[in-house]
Write a protein that binds this ligand. Structure first.
Ligand code: ADP
Ligand code: MG
Length: 396
């Protein structure tokens, strides 16, 4: 996919660039727990600074309700970004407004500021055709001379800061956005065979579109996580108290009929989802009444790992079990190790999948670890995203 690039922007010393980044990082008690998304924005910011641009970065953080809420301030992000860049990064008092405009106008070449959380303004999520969103998009564009979108994690949302500014000022895709699109496009266009997809996580209903998109392209789809219980129910197996979406059983049955979907042959079960629960390994058709499937079993994990090892291309989304609790983490760990050590081209998308890799210390082994869970799945499903469309159709 061809997107307008940074090199195409009319930049000179002091040009103000509005950068839509994805700084939606986990914060607890004012401390950033994982700064991967901030680090991922650095190549674009450094490049812009090296051209002498003044960078006005913006992002959403969490889900404040369209009004300022100190719990969701970007202050910790501005501080961390300043540390990583080794320069002062000022935080604006608001998203837009006269004080913010004055700050932006005062920004010198190579300087960086951060706007307050975009979702403090009700226009951000109001929908692309609403007046309030259109006005916010225009006001954001008015802060700068050019716009750069590097927020892959938000590219699947037609929010004001994503689709608005390209209508007004010359716009380009940042380094991260291009990397993400390039990596995911490799899965859609002529992937090295065999192409093995691993899908886990919570719900079939959330991921049926991705299941179908992957089945059109992959040779084998390996299913784990809670969604495996729904697939096992579709095979007519008793699933005890497992998390099953009974309204998705028919959907699963037709996907199984393709002959390219593998489901667990054994499972780790417990009566309760608790870190100290008594566990057992049972055959997939032998889940006792009153027990829940909370992980794939060791024989399934070994089989999935062997398929991953043989693959030319691997895409993984969604943990194989409740990896947050040690008794149910082995399946996800085994699969994560297999993906991290595979010879084929490996792509992982999904917040919890990335968290699992980080927890097992395996993130380095992945060829492309996406910063956007929802966005990566939607890109695989649709082959395009609202944020990418906005850049292609923008005023350049
Ligand atoms: P991702 O964020 O990687 O896309 P999801 O959000 O779809 O993944 O799913 C992750 C969640 O699924 C985790 O919190 C995990 O505990 C849960 N999960 C995985 N397997 C099971 C299971 N067998 N039963 C209940 N929950 C599960
Ligand atoms: Mg998740």
């Amino acid at each position: 996919m061809s997107l307008p690039a940074l090199e195409d922007l009319p930049l000179s010393e002091g040009t103000r660039v509005l950068l839509r980044a994805d700084f939606n990082v986990p914060i607890s008690g004012g401390l950033i727990e994982d700064d991967m998304r901030i680090r991922a924005a650095l190549p674009t910011i450094e490049w812009l600074r090296a051209q002498g641009a003044a960078v006005i970065a913006c992002s959403h953080l969490g889900r404040p309700k369209g009004a300022p809420d100190p719990r969701y301030s970007l202050a910790p992000v501005a501080a961390r970004l300043g540390e990583l860049l080794g320069t002062e990064v000022a935080l604006a008092p608001d998203v837009i407004g006269p004080d913010v405009t004055a700050m932006a106008n005062g920004l010198g070449p190579g300087e960086v500021m951060v706007l307050e959380n975009l979702r403090f303004h009700p226009g951000e999520t109001a929908g692309p055709e609403t007046e309030i969103a259109t006005e916010l998009g225009a006001a954001l564009a008015a802060l700068a001379d050019c716009y750069v979108d590097d927020a892959f994690g938000a590219a699947h949302r037609a929010h004001a800061s994503v689709v608005g500014p390209p209508r007004h000022i010359p716009s380009a895709a940042g380094r991260l956005l291009i990397d993400e699109v390039t990596a995911l496009s490799r899965l859609l266009e002529d992937p090295a065979r065999p192409f093995v997809a691993l899908l886990g996580g919570s719900k079939v209903s959330d991921k049926i579109g991705v299941i179908d998109a992957l089945l059109q392209r992959c040779d084998l789809l390996l299913v784990g996580g809670a969604m495996a219980s729904t697939f096992l129910a579709a095979q007519g197996f008793p699933v005890g108290d497992s998390l099953v979406e009974f309204d998705q059983v028919e959907q699963c049955r037709s996907r199984l009929a393709t002959g390219r979907v593998s489901v667990p042959t054994d499972a780790v079960v417990a009566r309760d989802m608790a870190p100290d629960a008594l566990c057992a390994v049972v055959a997939a058709d032998g889940v006792p009444d009153g027990w829940k499937i909370l992980d794939i079993g060791p024989s399934t994990a070994a089989g999935y790992a062997a398929e991953v090892a043989r693959a030319g291309t691997v895409f993984w989304n969604g943990p194989m079990g409740v990896f947050e609790m040690e008794p149910f983490a082995a399946g996800t760990r085994a699969v994560a190790e297999a993906v991290a050590t595979a010879d084929g081209y490996t792509v992982v998308g999904g917040g919890d999948s990335a968290a699992a890799l980080a927890r097992f210390g395996l993130a380095e082994g992945i060829d492309h670890l996406s910063t956007g869970g929802g966005a990566s799945l939607e890109f695989l499903e649709q082959g395009d995203l609202p944020g990418l469309r906005a850049l292609r159709e923008g005023k350049n």
